[in-house]
Ligand binder design. Structure first.
Ligand SMILES: CC(C)(COP(=O)(O)OP(=O)(O)OC[C@H]1O[C@@H](n2cnc3c(N)ncnc32)[C@H](O)[C@@H]1OP(=O)(O)O)[C@@H](O)C(=O)NCCC(=O)NCCS
Length: 177
């Protein structure tokens, strides 16, 4: 198990094969898919993503990686963080929690652990996040951990059959404590 960070109740670590069935299950939940790029997510989709992610070393520029948010006690997968290494200095992040683990402050704690890792361990300069303008949970989460809203793109993305708007958020290393 390759661990990235931990707190008293959770571990941020690389995905393992055994995570994939839970991962596919919570990605398939319609409430989780509403503002995400996927629908009807399957175990085959999860396997393909896992294989693609493992084909290059973690941190490779131009690639996305999923990190598991797991319970320290049971190592159970509770959610995930998505990390896109845009270039050598900038990173984009995303996040999804299994419905039964939402609204417990876990995503906020996990995102703070990830930001600490990106800024302090990897010395990244800037982290960004994009969210559907209707996704209140995502906006609240980003603002809670200190992201600044930098842009509101109106009807900028054709998404699940309709034009959608997005907010762009960012956080600089110099703003992170
Ligand atoms: C976004 C998501 C990861 C938040 O996870 P979470 O574990 O519920 O977040 P937390 O418990 O750490 O809460 C963070 C903040 O968001 C708020 N929040 C969480 N869910 C909310 C909801 N459904 N509506 C309004 N606010 C919400 C919390 O109240 C908290 O703010 P506060 O402490 O100021 O009250 C989760 O809702 C999710 O997985 N959504 C589906 C996937 C998705 O849309 N991801 C974002 C893609 S950009």
């Amino acid at each position: 198990m390759e661990e990235i960070a931990r707190s008293e109740r959770l571990i941020i670590r690389k995905f393992v094969q055994d995570d994939l069935s839970s991962f596919a299950e919570y990605r398939a939940d319609p409430s989780n898919a509403e503002f995400q790029s996927w629908s009807d997510y399957t175990l085959e989709d999860a396997q393909a993503l896992y294989d693609k992610m493992n084909a290059v070393p973690f941190g490779t520029e131009g690639h996305w990686f999923q990190l598991a948010i797991a319970s320290t006690g049971s190592n159970q997968l509770m959610g995930d963080l998505a990390v896109h290494f845009i270039d050598k200095d900038q990173v984009e992040v995303g996040f999804t929690m299994a419905p039964e683990f939402q609204r417990k402050g876990i995503a906020a704690e996990a995102l703070m652990l990830l930001l600490n890792f990106l800024f302090k361990d990897l010395n990244k300069h800037r982290v960004i996040a994009m969210t559907d303008a209707r996704n209140e949970a995502s906006r609240r989460l980003l603002e809670k951990v200190g992201f600044r809203k930098e842009a509101h793109f109106v009807d900028s993305i054709f998404f699940k059959g309709a034009w959608g708007s997005e907010f762009s958020y960012a956080l600089l290393h110099s703003e992170w404590n």
